[in-house]
Write a protein that binds this ligand. Structure first.
Ligand code: CA
Length: 108
């Protein structure tokens, strides 16, 4: 999926663009429900959280640039970028459902 120079490889970019077009449909924008159904995310909380990370300008839809940029950051970004991404995604979920886990974690 990535080559040695840590850039997205051509065929993978084409796959991604095709996937975007398939999910986005005619208007070429992905809204929340298209996002959740298209990526088959069963958990609404996680889906919304992910959506917010992709929707950089908070317009309520994801365009092709936001889609590609976010995926590129996750795949080719620094470890710090990846940690930030994972942190943004997980923290709400963990806080809500695993408070006891966090308490144990923070104490250790
Ligand atoms: Ca947007």
């Amino acid at each position: 999926m990535i080559n040695s120079s840590k850039k997205l490889a051509g065929p993978f970019i084409i796959d991604l663009k095709n996937k975007f077009q398939e999910i986005a449909g005619e208007d070429q924008l992905i809204d929340r429900s298209e996002f959740r159904n298209g990526l088959e995310i069963s958990n609404e909380e996680i889906s919304n959280r992910l959506f917010d990370i992709f929707d950089k300008d908070k317009s309520g839809t994801i365009d092709i640039t936001e889609f590609m940029k976010t995926i590129e950051t996750v795949i080719t970004g620094s470890d710090l970028d990846k940690i930030k991404f994972a942190f943004n995604l997980k923290i709400n979920y963990l806080m809500r459902y695993h408070k006891s886990f966090l308490i144990i974690f923070l104490r250790s």
